[in-house]
Design a protein around this ligand. Structure first.
Ligand SMILES: *Cc1c(COP(=O)(O)O)cnc(C)c1O
Length: 349
């Protein structure tokens, strides 16, 4: 198309999981939380719907930033807020990754190579080991920046803090970005290392563990100078990334710690239950610390199609190394029971 700039012509955009909003669909394909947002969040949003919407929101999301800082016991100048963590990631790529090589695992969140294309960043992938884990050895003393999710996506495999610290210590001149989209489902956050390591940036989201995918709230935690770098990019792009409702909702969500802990615990319990049911049936899967399980099947694509025909939507990636797996999000206990029952029927048990 002649009006597309050269860069636009070369882009290969990210494709999110299908959003089929028909009734009766069990949706286990985009790692959304099966629980609704905290009742306090809904109440707060309702209070904010009114004439004040005629005014611009706080460009810095200060109140939300304060609540996040309180939650983690850090300072507000260590927190950056964005419109979903995808936007925070995009700003981080722009702010920090343009001038040298960027390394990430060959199997990981597929948005990373998309941002590299958009921002013309030279990237290189590092293979996972045979067990599809991130082996830290190739990450020690690299000549470029590093990004990976913990737990990794779409494998769900978590990394311990010692391993992350070793990467940080061995890359003093490289920035290490840890995408903790799924950290609240049993992993250990590296936020506590941000005080000690100036080369660490953590990125998190309200979309998964706080049931707010529809609100678009993401944040980063790191050294104040890193946060300042992100703000420079943000304020060169969009001064008001979060609307008034999102700021209020986010604040109410992070302050309702009981609800957060209860829903995360339920999802972990449902995950463990689902894994034990799969194990009984001799179905293989990777050990998950996330709100999804990466399940190995003889014919994953066929299972994906058959489940879809039965109105159960899971995620299938037609990509070498992982095309033998299905990524199944953890839903409610009832949804997981229906899933297991349908797998039995499809397998003819
Ligand atoms: C879901 C996800 C995100 C994006 O989350 P949003 O805040 O909804 O944009 C980022 N990274 C990973 C690894 C994810 O799975």
């Amino acid at each position: 198309m002649k009006f597309w700039s050269k860069i636009t012509q070369t882009l290969t955009p990210y494709i999110p999981g299908e959003q089929l909003n028909k009734t009766g669909i069990i949706k286990l394909n985009t790692n959304e939380n099966p629980f609704p947002p905290s009742p306090k969040v809904i109440e707060k949003i309702k209070k904010c719907v009114g004439s004040q919407l005629k005014k611009y929101p706080d460009p810095e999301s200060s109140e939300l930033k304060n609540s996040i800082a309180n939650f983690y016991g850090i300072e507000t100048n260590n927190v950056f807020i964005g419109n979903g963590s995808d936007e925070v990631l995009a700003h981080a790529f722009m702010a920090f990754f343009k001038d040298k090589k960027l390394y990430f695992p060959n199997i990981t969140y597929s948005f990373y190579p998309v941002y590299c294309k958009l921002y013309e960043i030279n990237c290189q992938t590092i293979p996972l080991n045979k067990k599809l884990e991130i082996d830290i050895n190739p990450y020690l003393s690299l000549d470029g920046n590093i990004i990976f999710p913990n737990p990794n996506a779409p494998t769900g495999i978590g990394m311990n803090l010692d391993a992350i610290e070793e990467i940080l210590i061995n890359n003093p001149n490289n920035l290490v970005v840890v995408d903790e989209a799924y950290i609240d489902f049993g992993g250990k956050s590296a936020v506590e290392l941000t005080g000690k390591y100036k080369n660490l940036l953590i990125i998190q989201t309200f979309s998964k563990s706080r049931s707010l995918a529809g609100m678009r709230i993401g944040f980063a935690i790191g050294n104040a100078k890193l946060i300042e770098g992100l703000m420079r990019v943000k304020d060169s792009f969009n001064s008001y990334p979060l609307d008034r409702l999102a700021q209020a909702a986010g604040k109410a969500a992070i302050e309702d710690k009981d609800y957060f802990e209860y829903t995360c615990d339920e999802i972990i319990k449902n995950r463990e239950w689902t894994m034990s049911e799969l194990k009984i049936r001799g179905i293989d899967f990777l050990p998950s610390k996330a709100n999804f399980i990466f399940v190995k099947l003889e014919d994953a694509e066929n299972m994906y199609k058959k489940l879809k025909a039965r109105k159960i939507l899971v995620r299938y990636f037609k990509k070498t190394l992982i095309d033998g797996y299905l990524r199944i999000s953890i839903g409610t206990k009832e949804e997981m029971e229906i899933l297991v029952k349908n797998i039995d029927q499809i397998m003819g048990v």
